[in-house]
Design a protein around this ligand. Structure first.
Ligand code: AMP
Length: 457
């Protein structure tokens, strides 16, 4: 199957060729003809499947006819996070939407600039639900001209508490609009929404791979459970890493992202942070710096990093074992993309972490090897048994001896120095945030999926 067989316009086919895409992905192949036939589509797919192009390409074709009127967007795309919204905007730019007015309504950006765009008439409005409703309530936006509504990452919207907003928005757009609805999973709440707001949809599904990419080396690193011990373990891991070009370090809570970021910066690492409490320009700047290789490490929460298309990440560190096994697959899917090799190391501290790891291993259907701890790594006192309780001492004496090493063949390669600190600050007492009972950021996940097979329904 080629792009020219899907019914896309000549312009769009050329843009796709210019983007370097040779063949449509399964979700594109299955969804695009139905979108062009103006059917509602229920797409069950996660990021990494090419689902963004599955709706942007036919939208570009459909939007070639007609013109936008002031304050009345012709199409509306709802995204759960600002980063995803910005990424969709970039997709439109990439596929040659230069004749169309594309506007982004996301929090953290001035209302006035957004308002100015709305007055000029918008062909494609990409928005997060809250900011869209803010504009609507101010009377700056009419949704009665929306011909096509895209609800992307619907299960993420559910996790983030956006479903009431989505329901409200669905009632504000015309009943006759076309709806494209994408979700990675179908919890009952999402099923209810689809039954309520989709009209005789075509269901398009790409298989959910609960597997991790074979090109990624996965390892567990034992650590003491105190935050300062975990940070010490992380630093050791980073400094001893083979071929570390760049790395994303995942924390379960945004508050811990901030703490870890400050600590790594204090230890001289080239680092940026990405979490939901940062303002939008700071989030975009952090992401851009990481993408361009201006910083080596990005400390991130799941929500902030959700679905981001950051290719070519050499290492993933799970500073915290994710609460949900799906998140693990999603996180480590940031590396080992497009056949490149990658390394994903999860710090395991205490019996709760061990339980979470067991759930992950069950999901991915394989056990993750434990790194051998060599003498001099005080943060991992027990050998080989993850379930064992580490010591609880708050201010362990730290040594800078030999480092935790992988017990596979990779351990013989020379350590790579990029993020080595200029000087090692002496350990000092710090006030650690107390463990929080539940995550502000935790959410169930999309799974990365480059190699997907279509599932006929
Ligand atoms: P998405 O699932 O929309 O986040 O897309 C994941 C990545 O796949 C993005 O970097 C897209 O540029 C890329 N992509 C989308 N469609 C194709 C295609 N047909 N061929 C190759 N790459 C693609």
């Amino acid at each position: 199957m080629s792009f020219s067989q899907l019914g896309l316009s000549e312009k769009v086919i050329s843009a796709v060729a210019a983007a370097g895409y040779k063949t449509p992905t399964p979700i594109q192949e299955q969804a695009i003809p139905h979108v062009l036939a103006r059917r509602d589509v229920l797409g069950i797919a996660q990021t990494g499947t090419g689902k963004t192009a599955a709706f942007t390409l036919p939208m570009l074709t459909l939007l070639e006819k007609g013109r936008a009127r002031a304050r009345m967007p012709r199409t509306l795309i709802l995204e759960p996070t600002r980063e995803l919204a910005a990424q969709v905007e970039e997709s439109f730019a990439r596929y040659g939407a230069n004749k169309l007015n594309v506007a982004l309504l996301i929090g953290g950006v001035s209302f006035d600039d957004q308002d100015l765009k709305l007055t000029r008439g918008v062909d494609v409005l990409i928005a997060t639900p809250g900011r869209l409703l803010d504009h609507f309530e101010r009377g700056r936006l009419l949704l009665t001209g929306v011909e096509l509504l895209v609800i992307d990452e619907a299960d993420r919207m559910l996790d983030m508490g956006f479903i009431p907003d989505i329901e409200r928005i669905c009632k504000l757009v015309p009943f006759t609009r076309q709806t494209l609805f994408f979700t990675a999973t179908m919890p009952s709440e999402i099923r209810r929404i689809t039954e309520q707001f989709l009209h005789n949809p075509v269901r398009v599904e790409v298989a959910r791979p609960a597997t991790t990419v074979a090109t990624t080396t996965q390892l567990l690193a034992k650590s003491g459970r105190e935050p300062h011990e975990k940070r010490d373990t992380l630093r050791r891991l980073i400094r001893s890493a083979d071929g570390l070009k760049n790395a994303i370090v995942f924390c379960n809570r945004k508050r811990d992202v901030a703490t870890l970021f400050r600590s790594l910066a204090r230890h001289g690492f080239s680092v940026q942070a990405l979490h939901g409490d940062m303002d939008q320009p700071a989030r975009m700047a952090a992401l851009e710096q990481f993408r361009k290789g201006e910083v080596t490490l990005l400390v991130a929460s799941d929500v902030a990093a959700r679905g981001l298309d950051i290719s070519d990440v050499s290492h993933i560190y799970n500073f915290d074992v994710p609460f949900h096994p799906d998140d693990y697959v999603h996180r480590i899917g940031r590396t080992g993309r497009a056949g490149r090799s990658g390394t994903a190391i999860t710090i395991v501290a205490g019996s709760n972490d061990a339980k979470a790891v067991a759930a992950i291993e069950k999901l991915i259907g394989q056990s993750i090897p434990v790194m051998e701890t060599l003498p001099g790594a005080p943060a991992a006192p027990q050998q080989h048994r993850i379930a064992a309780e580490p010591p609880r001492g708050r201010h362990h004496p730290r040594r800078t001896g030999p480092i935790t090493r992988m017990d596979d063949a990779r351990s013989r390669r020379a350590p790579v120095p990029p993020p080595r600190p200029r000087s090692e600050p002496p350990p000092r007492p710090r006030s650690e945030p107390p463990p929080r009972p539940r995550s502000e950021d935790a959410d169930t996940s999309h799974l990365p999926a480059f190699l997907l097979r279509p599932v006929k329904v």
